[in-house]
Design a protein around this ligand. Structure first.
Ligand code: NAD
Length: 513
């Protein structure tokens, strides 16, 4: 394995444009920068070297209540929902342009705070701008329907904003996950209270500076950094929040769903996965190897749709695995600021320990460790680095095969025929993503159509488009983000009936005379 280290740079220079109050990065509520009600703060650390990078206001339930009150007022009385779509769109296009103008800053903030390599965060920043642009365009394309009903009635629907949206996101794509939530919600005329992950709030604060500079009406967008159990739960359980949109783990999703029963708020859940990457013997060999690597080791496997189960045809298996291991061992792991780095660290010491515990479990369960499996030392010892890890000799009931590890750990499963490939692929409680590699296009379609998953690929892995729906079957979630589906998820549908024959109905007799 190769190791990449950091060129000189400083966190204070990278974070120079973020607001501070008394040295603390504040939250954004009701169009103002504020410290937490009780003054609590949280220290943020660089996952690549364990060094502190900034101190940020840690919201409390009182801060969430203030944000909800501001959002409520902004929606019920404020100009945002009433603003015409063209004006909303114009502002959102300006958000996209502002992200583009500050692309390097966004990229460097996420690399500092999350650890992922610059080339990934640069892509995330481009994607975030394009997501705002896509939804800015969609804002002016309302798509109600008219209905031919058996009565003298003009019957049609309009789509209206849901109202106050609580949005809770994870740490693995800090800027992008915030964008996937905010862009469609705002385009549809909603107001938002966004809770970034407590580990990676910085790029969301940078995003809030753009909303602030563009003078979005106060209360339209609120950012409350803080822990899930308090801040997230307060949003999910509030009687004044109309919708909760969540991306994160399936266990957390379940508790959010329960909390949301308080006022039966609308919910969208984008949850975990254990996605199969099925490789047939007739696949283009180097392409399949390449995407198998990309599927699991991009973002150090901390991707909900990661191809964490390689399901490979027995006749190809030995040759494929040999090449895969050789390439995995050559991945350049290291500091995300080194342009040579291909794979960065795990987000935190706690999560690194979780991934290490899974690796130990895999060994105890009797799986065969082909490569990796260890924490990296030397110049990377202070960070949370784990070597690209591949297990063979697995069986279906092993925990490493069934559970989401959310790290750079691939398990190999083997099949003999198409039916077995499908059965293995679907043998999971999750249903987020999956891929098939084969030169036989009919077989590719047959297998993909049998896959119980929401996002699928043929002869590729991971491409994600703002234009196309994203979400999972089974325990991978409820609803879809992105595309028109993502926009619709932030709207209520209102039926409007206009009587074209304005005369009494005569249902009840008129007995005046
Ligand atoms: P997590 O569920 O621990 O946390 C996600 C967010 O929820 C964080 O902001 C956290 O503070 C908050 N939270 C935690 N407990 C809460 C509670 N009781 N009430 C309200 N909010 C709470 O997940 P994570 O570790 O940050 O991220 C990893 C998980 O996210 C993985 O399971 C991954 O598959 C999933 N994920 C899914 C998608 C998708 O699109 N399906 C995308 C990215 C990540």
């Amino acid at each position: 394995m190769q190791i990449a280290t950091r060129p000189a740079n400083s966190s204070s220079e990278i974070l120079a444009h973020l607001p501070r109050i008394g040295g603390v990065i504040p939250m954004y509520v009701d169009g103002e920068w504020r410290l937490a009600a009780g003054g609590a703060t949280r220290e943020l650390y660089d996952p690549a070297n364990g060094q502190p990078i900034a101190s940020i206001a840690e919201a409390t339930e009182a801060d969430v209540e203030a944000a909800i009150a501001a959002a409520r007022k902004a929606f019920d009385e404020g100009p945002w929902a009433a603003m015409n779509a063209a004006d909303r769109a114009a502002l959102l296009f300006r958000v996209a342009d502002a992200i583009d103008a500050r692309r390097d800053e966004f990229s460097r903030i996420d690399t500092l705070n999350n650890g992922k390599p610059l080339r990934e965060t640069q892509y995330d920043a481009i994607d975030a701008a394009n997501c705002f642009r896509y939804y800015a365009g969609l804002a002016t394309k309302p798509h109600g329907q008219t209905f031919d009903v058996p009565a003298p009635s003009q019957t049609f629907t309009v789509r209206e904003p849901i109202g106050v949206c609580g949005q809770i996101v994870p740490w693995n794509y800090p800027l992008l996950m915030a964008t996937w939530k905010l862009a469609p919600a705002l385009a549809a005329g909603n107001v938002c209270i966004l809770k970034p992950s407590e580990l990676t709030p910085l790029s969301t604060i940078a995003l809030a500076t753009i909303f602030d500079e563009l003078e979005f009406p106060p209360g339209t967008i609120n950012v409350v950094p803080g822990p899930g159990a308090t801040v997230g739960h307060a949003l999910a359980s509030s009687m004044l929040v109309d919708k909760i949109a969540f991306t994160g783990g399936t266990k957390t999703g379940r508790s959010i769903m329960q909390a949301a029963t308080s006022n039966l708020k609308k919910i969208s859940l984008e949850l975990g996965g254990k996605s199969p990457n099925v490789v047939f013997a007739d696949a283009d060999f180097e392409t399949a190897v390449d995407y198998a690597l990309f599927g699991i080791f991009a973002n150090a496997g901390q991707v909900c749709s990661a191809g964490s189960r390689l399901v490979v045809e027995r006749s190809l298996r030995d040759r494929f695995v040999e090449r895969l291991v050789e390439r995995a061992q050559n991945i350049r792991v290291g500091d995300g600021f080194d342009p040579q780095t291909e794979m960065g660290p795990i987000i935190s010491p706690l999560h690194r320990e979780r991934v290490e515990a899974y690796i130990a479990t895999g060994v105890e369960e009797g799986a065969k460790l082909l490569c990796g499996g260890e924490r990296l030392g030397g110049p990377l010892a202070a960070g949370n680095f784990i070597a690209p890890t591949i297990f063979d000799g697995t069986s279906p009931n092993m925990r490493i095969v069934k559970e989401e590890i959310f790290g750079p750990v691939l398990v190999i499963q083997t099949f003999d025929d198409e039916a077995e490939a499908i059965a293995i692929a679907n043998d999971t409680v999750y249903g987020l993503a999956g891929a098939v590699f084969t030169g036989d296009i009919a077989k590719a379609h047959r297998v993909i159509r049998k896959l119980r998953a929401g996002i699928t690929w043929i002869n590729t892995y991971h491409p994600t488009y703002n234009e196309a729906p994203w979400g999972g079957y089974k325990q991978s979630g409820i609803g879809r983000e992105l595309g028109t589906y993502g926009y619709d998820a932030y709207t209520e549908v209102k039926q409007i009936n206009v009587n074209l024959d304005v005369a009494p109905s005569g249902w009840f007799a008129d007995r005046r005379v």
